[in-house]
Design a protein around this ligand. Structure first.
Ligand code: F6R
Length: 586
């Protein structure tokens, strides 16, 4: 964050950093520049535990909330970092890959380093290069390798300078005040007007305005309206953002459908013309959406689909020419997904992105973008954005299908009914919470499913492990007997996503096998399914939908199951340990 305007900078920075905390939260710090030089305050831990402090009346400052990559979380390692003479202060996201050699060189020249971070080299490089703030940073950038969003200020100049390369940075434009931030939620309280900076952009902000250069040339960038309401970034009475965001799912689905369907699907998929297959690239929860996309598109559109884990795609040789590649990333900033997409494009693939964030990096890389309209997601665990991604995938499948008019109408009608059905899952939260109270006492769990129940199981397990810290594995139900059976027993409950399609009978068999090995079983199943309850310990019933849509209803039930289990265990639900919302490093 950076602020230059008329308000007390330390207060603006604290309040904005609170909203950015979901990006990193092991330590934080701010610095302001006034007539008596640069004042700094740093603290380990959460910004919500801020102690009373006052950095004076300065209306110019920078701040950062950290997720440690180089050096443990500590006050010394927290940003901002300063040079030896406290002339420059720097905050930085990303990684300076050549920092070790730069640090050695600068040390030899007499610079004293206090932290273990890569960021500190930037302050010392600026000191070495000298000149005014702009010149010092511009010269230093030439020596850096890696990725960065950097904001700097100096002791004697009323100016902020920012630079972006492969890490997001936006400029908020208020009335007589400016903000530099790594995402829009940080500035929404003050302004909804923003410039989404591009790679290579170098922005200089003063009281008179701002100017942007790229490769030494002045460039004009449009000021865009951030399409989010400040209230979207508040808990609004819920105990956690995660619960609020799960409860927003019905609305998010309606918003995502709106504008994309009328009597038919209104999506421009001209990129898909002539493609022989679709390749999905994604990480984490978005990867699970992609795995579901494989079943959905193959079933509905009869087109072969490959799913590649983005962080592994770099090591693949397979050519992709004339292929449609779809990158799924809610943040639009996941470094692995961006890198995989660059590689796919270098193979000649056409690129479509599904993302939730306007102006994010993926929107610049892709040839076309389809937005999920989920609003900001603050809880680190992805919930509403996952369901919104699935909605877009259903629409893509329908668009690519050879549906007759009646089949299309029926498919779209089912989709329109989903929000109301998900609302009924949410209304059943008490029952899910009661089961969670029991699950909270276990340390290992297994999630199983077949066909579309399988990625649903993977996602259920991911939600459980990341927020409750219970070791949870997702498996295709058919794989259990190839090894994981050895882990079953009364201390390992199994959650089964039971779908009434061609997998139903064999799934019941698998459940019986699991039960026979002593594991308690919790099934997620259709309301109309009266058979399954004979074989399991607990059933969470979800409203009946056509089998292909069950991942939507089942996932919301699984999200609630994870949420209440984590709550019962007293976990930090919105900010699980060691995780950050946007993973901007590979
Ligand atoms: C899990 C979760 C992560 C993200 C992953 C990709 O709840 O949130 O696994 O899904 O880091 O993030 P995006 O979708 O922003 O690329």
């Amino acid at each position: 964050m950076g602020y230059l305007g008329y308000r007390k900078a330390d207060q603006v920075l604290i309040s904005s950093l609170r909203r950015l905390e979901y990006r990193g939260y092991d330590s934080w710090g701010i610095a302001t520049a006034g007539s008596d030089g640069i004042g700094v305050y740093k603290q380990v831990g959460s910004i919500s535990e801020v102690e009373a402090f006052d950095l004076g009346d300065s209306s110019l400052g920078i701040g950062h909330t950290r997720w440690a990559t180089h050096g443990a979380p500590s006050e010394i390692n927290a940003h901002p970092h300063l040079d030896c003479n406290r002339q420059w202060a720097v905050v930085h996201n990303g990684i300076i890959e050549n920092f070790l050699s730069l640090r050695e060189q600068l040390r030899d020249e007499g610079h004293r380093f206090v932290s273990e971070t890569d960021t500190e080299v930037i302050a010392h490089l600026m000191e070495k290069n000298g000149g005014d703030l702009e010149d010092a940073l511009a010269a230093s950038l030439k020596e850096l390798k890696g990725s960065y969003a950097i904001v700097v200020m100096g002791a004697g100049e009323r100016k902020l300078v920012g630079a972006r390369y492969k890490s997001p940075l936006i400029l908020g434009v208020g009335d007589g005040e400016y903000f530099l931030a790594s995402d829009a939620t940080a500035i929404l309280e003050y302004t909804n007007r923003a410039v989404y900076l591009e790679d290579g952009d170098f922005v200089v902000v003063t009281d008179e305005g701002y100017r942007i250069k790229n490769q030494g040339r002045n460039v004009e960038r449009e000021v865009e309206l951030i399409p989010w309401d400040p209230a979207d970034a508040e808990k609004e009475g819920y105990d956690h953002f995660m619960l609020k965001e799960i409860h927003e799912t019905p609305r998010v689905i309606e918003d995502t459908l709106l504008g994309h369907i009328s009597e038919t699907v209104d999506l421009d998929l001209s990129l898909a013309v002539g493609t022989s297959e679709i390749v999905f690239l994604a990480c984490g929860t978005s990867f699970h959406a992609a795995l579901l996309g494989r079943y959905i598109i193959e079933e509905v559109a009869d087109l072969p689909v490959r799913v590649e884990c983005a962080s592994e795609f770099n090591y693949r040789k397979s050519p992709l020419n004339r292929t449609l590649v779809i990158a799924i990333t809610q943040s639009g900033e996941t470094a692995d997904t961006l890198q995989a997409l660059r590689k796919a494009k270098s193979f000649g693939a056409r690129a479509l992105a599904i993302t939730n964030v306007l102006g994010s990096s993926v929107t610049r890389l892709a040839d076309e973008v389809i937005y999920t309209r989920a609003g900001p997601e603050i809880g680190v665990a992805a919930t509403k954005t996952f369901t919104a991604q699935l909605i877009v995938i259903y629409l893509i499948a329908a668009k690519l299908s050879r549906f007759s008019r009646t089949e299309m109408e029926r498919f779209l009608l089912e989709l329109r009914l989903i929000p109301e059905k998900i609302q009924r899952v949410l209304d059943n939260a008490d029952k899910i919470q009661a089961i969670s109270k029991i699950l909270a006492g276990y340390e290992n769990m297994m999630y199983i499913g077949r066909k579309i129940g399988y990625p649903t199981a993977l996602e259920g397990a991911l939600k459980m492990k990341e927020i409750s810290y219970i070791h949870a594995e997702g498996y295709p139900a058919g794989e259990l007997k190839h090894g994981p059976f050895a882990l079953l027993g009364e201390r390992t409950p199994v959650v089964a996503s039971v779908v009434r399609d061609e997998t139903y009978d064999i799934m019941l068999n698998n459940i019986k096998e699991v039960r026979a090995r002593g594991s308690p079983v919790i099934a997620i199943a259709d309301e109309g399914d009266e058979e399954v309850e004979k074989y399991v310990d607990f059933v969470i019933k979800t409203p009946e939908v056509e089998s292909i849509f069950t991942p939507l209803t089942h996932t919301v039930a699984l999200q609630l199951l994870a949420y209440y289990t984590a709550k019962e265990r007293g976990c930090e639900i919105d900010r699980p340990k060691n995780l950050a919302k946007s993973v901007t490093v590979e």
